[in-house]
Design a protein around this ligand. Sequence first.
Ligand code: URA
Length: 256
Amino acid sequence: MSFLLTLIEYHNRRNYAKLLLYFTNHTFMQERIQKFLSEAGVASRRKAEEFIKSGQVSVNGKKARLGDKVDPEKDVVKVYGKTVKPAEKKIYLMLNKPKACVVSKKDPRGRKTAFSFLPEELQKKVWNVGRLDYNTEGLLILTNDGTLTQELSHPKYEHDKEYEVETAEEPSEHQLERLRDGVEIATGLTYPAKIKTRGGKVLITIHEGKKRQIKRMFDAVGLSVTNLKRIRVNKLVLPDNLHPGQYRAINKADIL
Ligand code: URA
């Protein structure tokens, strides 16, 4: 009701900018209570609906009804008298990691970290999905979503990782073929890789993530890597206009 009154008040005052802002905020900040409860980890949506129907859920002290909407930032929702903490808003970022920085929040050797390219507020909230070596540049995903982290890190999902590689020597067809087939590195035989060449560079796609895997694979066929850049993780391609040290907010659907 107060929502409607505020809208009418702004309308009467001909304050259309505020009217629009208020309407937008109100519309998008609200979500159905059963969705709120399931995302907060209280119960599945169906079970949450049962709690609501049986009168065990309150919003700001009033009994909730199925389909009611709540604003997770403002409303106090209780189930069986206990306040429900809203689920943390999920954050997904891609960073173009520059060379000469480590992928960790702190470095015992005092080197620059990839996280230092984010504002302090974000540094605290997110972690990296996978790593890139100190002198590797390119696409690094940062998030606070544990499920996504697991899905991208677990080998069983076989998500592609594509790298652009520059080498000191010009690769021969035979060397490229060996990389394609799989080569023996310290951790065993690598899975077959997709290999292309573009402008004198090798594009290699793998779905494993062994330590220093690309450098070791190239070493194993007698090629020394002079520049290594990750350009894609699954669906997510590093955009040309995202320069080293820049980051951008993305959606989960951009990756998976
Ligand atoms: N393979 C490497 O050798 N280094 C990286 O940083 C990533 C993949």
